[in-house]
Design a protein around this ligand. Sequence first.
Ligand code: DP6
Length: 363
Amino acid sequence: MSISDSPSSPTGPLTAESAVPESTASAAGSKASVKAPANIAFIKYWGARDLRRALPSNPSISMTLRECVSHTTVEHLPRTDRDEILLAGADGSLAPAPEGFAARASAHLGEIRRSLGAGGGFRVATRNSFPSSAGMASSASGFAALAVAATRALGASLSDRRLSILARASGSGSAARSVLGGYVEWPRAMAAGEDESDAFALAPADHWDLRDVVAVVETEPKEVSSRDGHRLAATSPYFARRQELLPARLEQVRRAIEERDFDALGPVIEEEAVDLHLIAMSSRPPIFYWSPATLAVLAELRRLRREGIAAWATMDAGANVHVITRPEDEEAVAQRLAGVPGVSRLIRDGVGPGPELGAAHLF
Ligand code: DP6
């Protein structure tokens, strides 16, 4: 089954390139709404040089998704210094967000205020197009949405580069990649400046139509956060080895994307995802994200490939398997994955164009 968000009419991809205040945003009552997508990494961010600032140990490359989005409305309230963070229901209802979530969102809004020299508070409402029970990480899309909508609500139209840095300042590093569409690289920070780690586009979404069929095998929040995974990564004896392997692997992925070479891309992304989990499992203390159903999906993919259907797995810090495939094989892949024991649902997604402004206001 594929998923979709509430009806609204996005006006197009975000292409702002200047820091010129946008008068329409302020004329509209300092309110802005955006849908920002999740992304799936082909080369993973795993391990940080500075975890608080989400400065990664290694470059990463991702594909921005189309269907899994966070839909967020932000209103700037100049006459208060409090933030109000709400969760929006599918029926239009608004309810206070859980405390931990609200605190993280408010801390991120604080970074945005500081960066733009703004005061006041924000009223925020947000909801995800993907069910929270699907065990999908939502921080990348959520924080990218917050960065894009809050800066617009303040009347600023920032470059992708500044938006990427602001999204990253949430502490969810992968959010740095979600402000862009298509295929995205987020380099390791350059020595020159502490804020120099921002993502850039490798290729737009229409360069290569790839699909992501997510086999959902886990519906509970993961036991160990990505943050703890990053913190422990360097305790694995294989962490250093992966750093040695990465330059060649990054180059293979860049080239495969450029040449739309799926036979070159598939094996390297699966190998890379397994390495992340190898490092997690050999960290001290070890972290086991996989479930028996994860292995069952991987075995089914090997069977599919023997039958000539090209489908390759990648897994984030969790048990769910993102199966990357070409459009012509998507249906066959979905049918086979639906029959694997332990797969509770499928989410069908694909490469997407990045954040879209002009989404319906949630309040
Ligand atoms: C395994 O620190 O961005 O997904 O804040 O939980 O989204 P969250 O995690 P973050 O680390 C992402 C880790 C990863 C790999 C990746 O997306 O690059």
